[in-house]
Design a protein around this ligand. Structure first.
Ligand SMILES: Nc1ncnc2c1ncn2[C@@H]1O[C@H](COP(=O)(O)OP(=O)(O)OP(=O)(O)O)[C@@H](O)[C@H]1O
Ligand SMILES: [Mg+2]
Length: 336
């Protein structure tokens, strides 16, 4: 008898992207992402608007994801959703929809940890890292060094004591009068500038941990002291220097942790792994240290449901299903 394929519909709604993906036997067949323009004028995500936009987008995004994959609802083996961390109101939309579908179709529900999903995005395409590997997760809400022992075992080696590096990129962009989300804009201008034009202090932080609150303030004081005209005229050099500083802060701890763990299998994950400065710097260091470096495709760096789908595939294989009584958890820890 031929085994039935494992077909999972995954939903991601933790922040400001509504996304759905269909995965068949571990192969991603669709990954639809709807962004939310509504936040740009506020310079940051407005939680209530995010929930409302998810409600508007979720049905068309799921329809498109199923139709692009050529899969019908009755073929599905399970429904997966992002359980946390994220914004409660945003998570609730994906959770309620997934729960309703799983109940209606009489199939299992799988709650997925968003931060595990960012890391397991490496298992969507080739080449895949070998276990154990060291992953630097850099996103809008997190900065973590994670020792990944298997698809289900994660150990946090270091993390930020305060803000995330994505937030530092976004705040720097806001301070410099750029739009939101600022990370990609800083990256865009940085490509045209001199990274050594301005020097910012890199803080000393214990062990393998990070701190980005001081550097955020340093960018703010710099912008205030120089004034808007100067910033506008020198935007490329300023962005290149900001980006260089943030990337150096990440690389310093990544190199230290790789030496400590005696590993050459290095991965990056999360939205900031789309940053061209970080990608280039990582390749340079890989040459120097003899690392094998794994960088996800752009579409799997920022929030997307394909990463939720691949994580759900592993959980399904391990028969780790969720109860219909589970609730979304805005502060879900990497290991829960
Ligand atoms: N090219 C880039 N350079 C720098 N930062 C970037 C780039 N592209 C995206 N980012 C940053 O990535 C962040 C978004 O990443 P992601 O979607 O993974 O985070 P999040 O889901 O908001 O947070 P978390 O995953 O921690 O809950 C934003 O801070 C954004 O500015
Ligand atoms: Mg994310």
């Amino acid at each position: 008898m031929i085994d039935k394929p494992i077909i999972i519909l995954a939903i991601e709604s933790s922040c400001d992207e509504t996304s759905a993906s269909v995965i068949v036997d571990g192969i991603v067949k669709s990954n639809i992402v709807a962004g939310q323009e509504v936040h740009s004028i506020y310079g940051g995500v407005v939680p209530e608007y995010a929930s409302r936009a998810h409600q508007l987008h979720i049905v068309p995004v799921i329809h498109q994801s199923l139709s692009e994959a050529g899969v019908t609802q009755d073929q599905l083996s399970a429904i997966a959703y992002t359980k946390g961390p994220g914004l409660l109101g945003a998570l609730l939309v994906g959770h309620s929809f997934a729960k309703g579908m799983a109940m209606g179709l009489g199939i299992p529900l799988i709650g997925v940890n968003h931060m595990q999903a960012h890391i397991l995005a490496h298992f969507i395409d080739e080449p895949k890292p070998e276990f154990p590997f060291l992953c630097l997760t850099v996103s809008g809400g997190h900065t973590q060094l994670v020792w990944v022992k298997s698809v289900l075992e994660f150990e946090i080696i270091g993390e930020t004591n305060d803000d995330a590096v994505g937030e530092a990129f976004d705040k720097a962009a806001k301070t410099l009068g750029l739009g939101y989300p600022g990370g990609p804009l800083v990256d865009k201008y940085a490509k045209l500038g001199n990274p050594k034009a301005y020097k910012f202090p890199i803080p000393e932080v214990e062990d393998f941990n990070f701190s980005f609150s001081g550097i955020k303030t340093a960018f703010l004081y710099f912008a205030r002291e120089k004034g808007p005209e100067f910033i506008q005229e020198n935007i490329a050099d300023v962005c290149a220097s900001v980006q260089y500083t943030l990337v150096e802060m990440l690389m310093k701890k990544l190199i230290k942790a790789a030496k400590h763990l005696n590993t050459k299998q290095i991965a990056i994950a999360g939205g900031v792994s789309a940053n061209s400065g970080l990608r280039t710097r990582l390749q340079v260091e890989a040459q120097k240290q003899g690392w094998q470096v794994f960088i996800p495709a752009f579409e799997y760096c920022t929030d997307n449901a394909a990463m939720v789908a691949i994580t759900a595939h592993f959980l399904y294989q391990n028969k780790q299903f969720s109860s219909l009584h589970d609730s979304p958890m805005p502060r879900l820890h990497l290991n829960s």
